[in-house]
Design a binder for this molecule. Structure first.
Ligand code: SF4
Length: 158
């Protein structure tokens, strides 16, 4: 679900790393990805929607074919988000019985201590600031000594 119907922001350095992953694929998979990309570019050209949302071209048979090379957005998606006011928000997939659904108070969209304690989880599951903007800001660039570069929707790198 995370890999469908979205824009997938990717910076220049992430796009290059993803391309490295694509080049490491078997020829058959490379051809499938290339076909997906070409279909998407065609659809995008004739799309009238303001924001073009699509299924990721690297999703083959419901599995990421470049998993080790995926970008920041793909790595952070599905985690609990925390905000400056201390509130946390569960990812949308918890509504479908996935991530965190067994420890959430689904009505209030908050962690339920009763539920996680019942599961014998010792510590409360944490939320993190996982916004793409935050995870690719200058602080990270300085810490790790590189530049993310220009950011675009994934499909716009092709
Ligand atoms: S790169 Fe992989 S993990 Fe990221 S959206 Fe595409 S298929 Fe999903």
């Amino acid at each position: 679900m995370c890999c469908k119907n979205s824009e997938f922001p990717y910076s220049a350095i992430e796009a290059r790393y993803l391309l490295q992953g694509a080049l490491s694929l078997e020829k058959e998979q490379q051809e499938l990805v290339a076909k997906n990309i070409s279909n998407l570019l065609y659809k995008k050209k004739y799309s009238k929607a303001g924001v073009f949302k699509y299924d990721c071209p690297f999703l083959i048979d419901n599995s990421c074919c470049v998993y080790e090379y995926r970008g920041v957005i793909c790595r952070a998606f599905g985690l609990m988000t925390s905000y400056h006011d201390g509130k946390i928000k569960a990812p949308f997939c918890s509504d479908y019985g996935l991530n965190y659904s067994n420890v959430l108070n689904l009505k209030k969209n908050v962690i339920s201590p009763a539920k996680y304690k019942k599961l014998k989880v010792k510590e409360e599951p944490l939320g993190f600031n996982i916004s793409y903007k935050y995870l690719t800001n200058e602080e990270f660039e300085q810490t790790f000594g590189f530049k993310f570069g220009e950011k675009r929707a994934l499909i716009d790198w092709f």
